[in-house]
Write a protein that binds this ligand. Structure first.
Ligand SMILES: *Cc1c(COP(=O)(O)O)cnc(C)c1O
Length: 401
């Protein structure tokens, strides 16, 4: 019996945790253990006819790292296995991934329906950039699928959602919204950063494209920027690949190599941080200085049933509103010894953010309040520190409010 006959040689037979360590690995003749870092922009051909064959597409080899590189390809293949997608393309940042997912599917005259609770940059692309290219949009309250159905127009080509949303962890029913999109011949694009591929699989729920900022949990150590778009072979190898090839929002090989290392520990990290986030949300919900907590798998979440149905875990992110508004929120954050004040998320280090004065400042008060972003709201990205230390840090901070 040879290794090739071993059923486990087929990644389809492997468990997700195994694929996160081995999936997509393509060893060079040197036989390196860890994935090789191909820090090269170009590739050479055996002869002129060989170059011609590559450019004609008769030979599938590499041409130029703007659109294909062995290290980037290993990352893409590992991500596709994790997501259960036919294909994937890496990008320079998460915003490049979102822009790519949208722009590759749209042209002048089209219309987009998006949930109004979107990551700041995503909302800017939809509200401020798309109209410059003749693409109109309607923003709706994403909590009720009927709002998407009501906003559909004959020229709607894309529905774009993020769930759970940043920062209030509202949920959008992916399967219901996918049905609405498809009934109108539109595509559903999902930004899955907050859920992570460990807890939520939008493609299995009917989405057409899923996009990540790999800068967050996938890197997980606050090192590099990156993004990824996943979907069917037809969409990814067609519109998405062509857009990257011709416009160049490409993932750097060095960053892809870091992201491959990040994926090896992704499941362990996300499970650990989620267990901590669950414990913290329970402890904070009962605290007298806290108005309310926002956590998808907490029983007080208004969409708890949906959270249980479409997410296998409650996320590493939570938010809470402290009594006493911005002043109390600042006092709490400023008193913390372990949790850092920053705007990143998905890091090994726990991070606290005051959305009103930072990430969501640009939106203006009216839009902020409409999406639940009150002055007392704090968003917490739970890291890998000991649960008891994080809880003690937060309780100390709350005592200062
Ligand atoms: C961070 C983030 C992005 C943008 O990703 P970058 O890597 O920072 O460009 C998009 N969507 C969500 C939900 C994010 O958290």
């Amino acid at each position: 019996m040879t290794k090739a006959n071993n059923p486990l040689s087929d990644p389809a037979r492997q468990s997700q945790d195994t694929r996160l360590v081995h999936g997509g690995t393509d060893r060079s003749p040197a036989g390196e253990t860890s994935e090789a870092l191909f820090l090269n922009s170009g590739y050479i051909y055996p002869d002129s006819a060989g170059a011609e064959a590559r450019f004609k597409g008769d030979d599938p080899g590499y041409i130029y790292s703007r659109f294909s590189n062995p290290t980037v390809e290993m990352f893409q293949n590992r991500m596709a296995l994790l997501e259960g997608a036919e294909a994937a393309r890496g990008t320079a940042t998460g915003m490049a991934a979102i822009t790519l997912a949208l722009m590759s599917q749209l042209r002048a005259g089209d219309h987009v329906v998006a949930a109004r609770a979107l990551f700041g940059g995503c909302r800017f692309v939809v509200e401020d950039y798309l109209p410059r290219w003749g693409v109109t949009s309607t923003l709706v309250d994403g909590r009720d699928p009927a709002n998407f159905a009501a906003a559909m127009m004959p020229n709607t080509k894309v529905i774009f959602i993020e769930t759970p949303t940043n920062p209030t962890l509202e949920l959008v029913d992916i399967a219901a919204v996918a049905d609405i999109a498809h009934a109108h011949g539109a595509k559903l694009v999902v930004d899955n950063v907050f859920a992570t591929p460990i807890w939520q699989s939008p493609l299995q729920l009917g989405a057409d494209l899923v996009a990540y900022s790999a800068t967050k949990h996938i890197d997980g150590h606050g090192r590099v920027m990156g993004g990824v778009v996943l979907g069917s072979k037809e969409l990814i190898e067609g519109d998405v690949h062509t857009f990257i090839r011709q416009t160049g929002p490409s993932l750097a090989p060095f960053n892809a190599w870091n992201l491959l290392k990040g994926l090896e520990g992704l499941s362990l990290r996300v499970r650990h941080a989620t267990a901590t986030a669950t414990a913290l949300s329970n402890a904070l919900a009962d605290h007298p200085r806290i108005e309310r907590v926002f956590y998808p798998h907490h029983k007080d979440h208004p969409q708890y049933e949906l959270g249980k149905r479409q997410m296998r875990g409650g996320s590493t992110m939570l938010a809470f509103e402290v009594k006493g508004g911005q002043e109390a929120a600042f006092k709490l954050a400023d008193a913390l010894a372990i949790i850092l004040i920053s705007n990143n998320l998905g890091d090994a280090k726990s991070i606290i953010t005051h959305p009103t004065t930072t990430t969501h400042q640009r939106l203006g008060e009216e839009v902020r309040l409409e999406t639940g972003i009150t002055p007392g709201l704090l968003r917490l990205s739970v890291g890998l520190e000991a649960q008891e230390d994080l809880l003690a840090d937060l309780l100390y901070g709350l005592d200062q409010t």
